[in-house]
Design a protein around this ligand. Structure first.
Ligand code: ZN
Length: 702
């Protein structure tokens, strides 16, 4: 059956995904109950004037199942948004939680929902007649009770209640849930939406020590069919499972969860394809490196992805949280590269300097920007407009750019998912090494397991306790060294295969004991180091006042990087630079906190050098606490910095080529450039860079 709609996807499907500029549009109570078509038309015109051409919906009705009695009026609202978007040549992607449902069975839980969701969006459950009764009562859809579709917590054998969201969650293996959800999606497709983002299809757990399972009859049956094992059925069995007493059963459960989540997304894809549709599929994950995967999201193996995004979440203070986000951006960039799509970062800024900093953080990462104020009714358009204009003017430099680095960290997904020490040691190590590269301005990359066959562009691969590796992964690493590459071997790598059936020592793998200096192997070299001497504290996102309802509540716990931590970063970045026989990029008179990232433009006609002024951002204010509204410092950076760049292999530069500095809303400037044959060198006048600068070197072919 084909869905008749005003769908504009089919004709424009081939538009370059880099040409999409995103914004969120919140539809809340006034939009649903009061707004007419002309109000939406005016709102979308404003986005269009800013340069936005792809809106993603966000709503007070995000937990869509809890608003089942109001689906008609919500769909009418979405229909108006779609129409307004299309009038302004904007794509619309509908976004909601596909699986969370408020649990309101106590006054405390009702109060939590009122504050957590309604209050945050200036609404109230009182505006939805009989909300609590309707949510708690039996929601019958197609003769099926929604309650019978909840995930059953294996420990309590009751519907799984998730504190963080105050909600129950539906089971991706429940055929009734899949049926009614696909029917709901069909009603949205009929409205002419161009894309669909189906949030929260996952199992839940708060850390690798707390893997939760659904023990509904469908999960039990599917697990047995797929693995031959039985799900734990008593407290004692569940405890044994959490202790990983039977590792094979543990691994089987991890894979079963992943297969269940992925399987749901496959069904969504098959369903719209059966309707002759091919909607855009942006999707996001908040964390891939910084956390093990207790919710089994399997983000990087989703069957359909048009953009891979990171959500840099709103309860975290932008000024102090960016190190985690910047490092995570490497993962999204790599995944986007592998899938040949763009990556993007979602931020929740609520001041002009925050918009500027977040935008620059995305640009310097080679990914797209998406911002929304979330908890405040703020119009970001005026602040975004000059930045979007800048992006538009520099498409040739910003879009499809290649990261230039000869050093790469290996992201071992199996280690993250299966190794019990990942949280607590491994991630601390890999993130302190990457952060050291950031502060030391050593160009680096992150590579995924799927990219291990293409290592020839790198000189050095750094293995930070990639504890779990298949034989195939290890073979590719060995081939890299045999053919001349260098490996920095931090901690224990490849100690177990992906089924934990093979145990390997360093000697088993290489045929000699761990070397504490460079040791030859084939045409390459290996250097082994102990994690203890090389791991800094986990520098991660910093929690602000919860849910940003008040922005003047202090956080006293934040710690700035101290002298010891900074010395460690210098030791790490120095060690990596020394291991490269020749640095890719050398900076003289570089101020602390100035971060520089190097790319090649898509046509490889010019170099793209991004500069971000993060100086002073991680300093704790003298007042002794940090808050959402702490300003980004953007201090003056001094006079001039000399930048020397090793010419990348395969790129040619004419003798009369130019270096130019571009800064948003400022005139561009020609820089003094010299070419010594192997290197290009230019002088960067720092006084013109307030928060961000772009330097292009070479002739830009349009
Ligand atoms: Zn289940």
């Amino acid at each position: 059956m084909a869905v008749k709609s005003r769908n504009i996807v089919q004709s424009q499907r081939k538009t370059d995904k880099w040409k999409h500029t995103f914004a969120y549009f919140w539809y809340d109570e006034p939009h649903i109950f009061e707004w007419g078509q002309s109000d939406f038309d005016r709102a979308m015109k404003k986005y269009s004037d800013t340069g936005i051409n792809h809106i993603i919906g966000f709503s007070i009705t995000h937990f869509r199942w809890s608003f089942y009695p109001w689906w008609d009026i919500i769909n009418r609202t979405i229909g108006k948004i779609v129409l307004a978007c299309h009038k302004n040549n904007i794509f619309y992607t509908e976004h909601h939680s596909a699986s969370l449902h408020f649990c309101l069975d106590t006054p405390e839980r009702l109060a939590f929902a009122e504050k957590r969701v309604f209050g945050k969006r200036k609404g109230s459950y009182h505006n939805w007649p009989d909300f609590q009764e309707k949510c708690l009562g039996n929601i019958i859809i197609d003769g099926k009770n929604l309650k019978d579709m909840f995930q059953i917590d294996i420990a309590s054998r009751k519907p799984h209640y998730i504190d963080e969201w105050g909600a129950n969650i539906l089971c991706p293996n429940n055929p009734d849930f899949i049926h009614v959800y696909l029917k709901y999606l069909e009603s949205l497709y009929k409205l002419g939406i161009d894309g669909i983002m189906t949030d929260d299809i996952l199992f839940y757990g708060s850390s690798s020590d707390e893997i939760r399972l659904c023990s509904c009859c469908y999960c039990q049956e599917k697990y047995k069919r797929l693995t031959g094992y039985q799900l734990p059925s008593s407290d004692a069995e569940f405890e044994e499972f959490q202790k990983r007493t039977n590792l094979l059963a543990y691994i089987a459960i991890i894979r079963f969860r992943e297969e269940s989540v992925r399987g749901f997304h496959v069904k969504v894809k098959e369903h719209y394809e059966s309707l002759g549709l091919n909607p855009f599929r942006p999707n996001y994950s908040a964390t891939e490196i910084y956390w093990s995967n207790p919710w089994q999201y399997c983000f990087d193996r989703l069957p359909a992805l048009d953009w891979v995004m990171i959500e840099n979440t709103y309860e975290h203070i932008i000024r102090y949280s960016w190190p985690e986000w910047l490092l995570e951006h490497n993962h999204r960039f790599a995944l986007a590269r592998y899938r040949r799509i763009p990556a993007a970062a979602m931020f929740y800024p609520h001041a002009k300097d925050q918009v500027e900093f977040c935008w620059a953080l995305a640009m310097t990462s080679g990914i797209q920007y998406l911002g929304t104020a979330n908890c405040k009714p703020l119009d970001l358009n005026p602040w975004e407009k000059p930045l979007r204009k800048f992006e538009q003017e520099h498409q040739a430099s910003m879009q499809h750019a290649d990261k230039l680095a000869r050093v790469a960290f290996y992201f071992s997904r199996s280690t993250r998912d299966l190794y019990s020490e990942y949280e607590g040691r491994t991630r601390e190590n890999i993130t302190s090494w990457m952060f050291a590269c950031e502060l030391g301005n050593v160009p680096y990359d992150l590579i995924l397991p799927e990219e291990l066959g293409e290592l020839s562009r790198f000189n050095i691969i750094i293995l930070n306790e990639a504890f779990v590796m298949s034989d195939a992964e290890l073979d590719k690493i060995k081939r890299f060294v045999e053919s001349g590459g260098k490996i920095i071997w931090a901690g224990e790598n490849a100690a177990k295969d992906e089924n934990f059936q093979i145990t390997r020592t360093f000697f088993d793998i290489w045929g000699f004991e761990r070397p504490s200096s460079w040791n030859s192997y084939g045409k390459g070299q290996i250097y082994a180091i102990n994690l203890e001497d090389w791991t800094g504290p986990l520098r991660r996102r910093v929690l602000g006042p919860l849910h940003m309802i008040k922005d003047d509540e202090p956080n006293y716990d934040y710690k700035s990087p101290g002298a010891v931590e900074l010395a460690l970063y210098r030791k790490i970045s120095g060690f990596i630079s020394d291991a490269l026989t020749e640095a890719d990029m050398t900076l003289q008179n570089a101020p602390d906190g100035l971060l520089c990232h190097l790319f090649a433009a898509e046509k490889r006609d010019h170099l793209v050098f991004h500069v971000l002024n993060a100086a002073g951002t991680l300093d704790k204010p003298e007042i002794g606490y940090v808050m959402h509204r702490d300003p980004l410092p953007f201090p003056m950076l001094g006079e001039t910095m000399t930048v020397k760049i090793r010419k990348p292999d395969g790129m040619r530069f004419d003798s009369d080529c130019e270096a130019r500095l571009f800064v948003p809303t400022e005139p561009d400037r020609k820089l003094e450039l010299s070419d010594s044959g192997k290197h290009l060198q230019f002088e960067l006048p720092l006084k013109f860079i307030r928060f961000y600068g772009l330097v292009t070197i070479g002739e830009i072919l349009n």
